[in-house]
Write a protein of this length. Structure first.
Length: 408
């Protein structure tokens, strides 16, 4: 199966609905950090409810679009892609009772760097988990469900465990999971100045995805011991920085930086300004090149059927360019707090793709899947080998001497 220009244009237009949605009921900061590690070096958060349900709805509606129906090959491939998604989904529902499309709300992971060892971590997943969820997992993994107070837990025996507490799935190091199952567990503080306080500031903006980094003294010392001899911008940031975040929102991105020196704060402000300029250029330049390419198409009319197809769909191509890129005029708000030595940047557009060129990753990923999952005619099965009975060796005839050719 192969796709022509018209099919690819139809596909791109149909993918315009993919993206990040605004979650009307995002997780609160307290809920996201309830089972956190007070001394976490890294905190990562993903709001699945802002991504999965809306994009799943768009995917399921694709076969009904007129542009998809018009191409039997494209319609068949789209349905194949849906089957690839529905298969694992139905399997998960059947085996565990958990629907990853409708039951998965959000997840927050906490990790602590341990010198010369694997990172220590715990993950908290919020969703609709049935009370029998762990029982079904235990049957699938041949493990045993144990009780820790009123809560259930599976100890995998390799230092890792998973448990359910108040509808939250906890996964991570056994010691950390058990600690959080105890009746005496209290959520760690996320007040300003704490490790989790940096993450709390990020989570307060309700990102779709976000990561906070607050290196502990031990981690900072280890990094400097390994790389400090080669003084550069990165080692300077490690030595001087107190915390940083990066977040992706449905309408843009943002980041923050906590410094320990005024000069360092000014340096990072300049880096941020340069980054904003690059992001604006990354929107304008590709869009400009695309417009130039479209304008020059008419000069090649009649050269090939593919070029003529592109010319006939110039309006659609222009729409695609506008759909998956911006004009670089997104809003940029920078707050440089000299007193607290904190830099906060927020870039906002009508959608993520107007700020970050990578906002087209979702539709491009779908295109890649469609193209690479094209059905290929199966190779013919090899014919069964038929063993022939061994044949006896035939003696070769002895060569007769040649007649004499003359006298000796």
């Amino acid at each position: 199966m192969s796709f022509g220009i018209v099919e690819l244009i139809s596909l791109l237009l149909s993918l315009g609905g993919f993206g990040l949605a605004n979650n009307p009921k995002p997780p609160t900061v307290d809920a996201a950090l309830e089972y956190g590690m007070a001394d976490a070096d890294f905190v990562a958060h993903f709001d699945a409810a802002s991504v999965i349900p809306s994009n799943y709805k768009v995917l399921m509606a694709m076969p009904d679009q007129a542009s998809i129906k018009a191409s039997p090959e494209l319609a068949k491939t789209v349905r194949q892609m849906i089957n690839e998604v529905e298969g694992p989904r139905n399997m998960a529902k059947g085996l565990t009772g958990f629907d990853p499309v409708t039951d998965f709300n959000d997840v927050t992971a906490f990790a602590q760097v341990v010198p010369n060892q694997q990172p220590n971590f715990v993950v908290a997943v919020h969703g609709k988990f049935a009370p029998t969820f762990l029982d079904k997992i235990s049957k699938l993994t041949s493990t045993t469900v144990t009780k820790v107070g009123a809560n259930s837990m599976i100890d995998k025996g390799d230092g890792m465990s998973l448990a359910l507490k108040n509808g939250t799935l906890l996964v991570g190091a056994t010691a950390l999971v058990k600690e959080r199952l105890a009746d005496s567990w209290k959520a760690p503080s996320h007040a300003a100045g704490t490790n989790l306080g940096v993450a709390a500031d990020m989570l307060a903006g309700h990102p779709v995805f976000g990561v906070a980094m607050t290196l502990s003294p031990a981690t900072r010392t280890e990094i400097m011991a390994k790389h400090g001899a080669d003084k550069n911008f990165l080692t300077d940031m490690v030595q001087r920085g107190k915390g940083s975040t990066f977040a992706v929102y449905h309408d843009g991105i943002g980041w923050s930086w906590l410094d320990s020196t005024a000069a360092g704060l000014e340096q990072m402000a300049q880096v941020s300004d340069g980054t904003v300029d690059v992001l604006r250029a990354a929107q304008i330049a590709p869009r400009g090149f695309a417009k130039i390419a479209l304008a020059s198409l008419d000069s090649y009319k009649g050269r090939s059927a593919q070029v003529d197809d592109l010319i006939a769909h110039k309006a659609d191509l222009s729409k695609i360019i506008s759909q998956f890129s911006g004009d670089g005029q997104f809003k940029a708000k920078t707050d440089k707090d000299a007193k607290n030595m904190k830099l906060t940047v927020r870039l906002t557009g009508k959608s993520l793709s107007e700020v970050l060129p990578a906002g087209v990753v979702i539709p491009l990923g779908a295109i890649g899947f469609l193209v690479t999952s094209r059905q290929v005619a199966p190779a013919p099965a090899p014919l069964p080998s038929v063993s022939k009975p061994a044949q006896p060796l035939q003696p070769k005839p002895v060569a007769k001497p040649l007649p004499p050719t003359g006298k000796h």
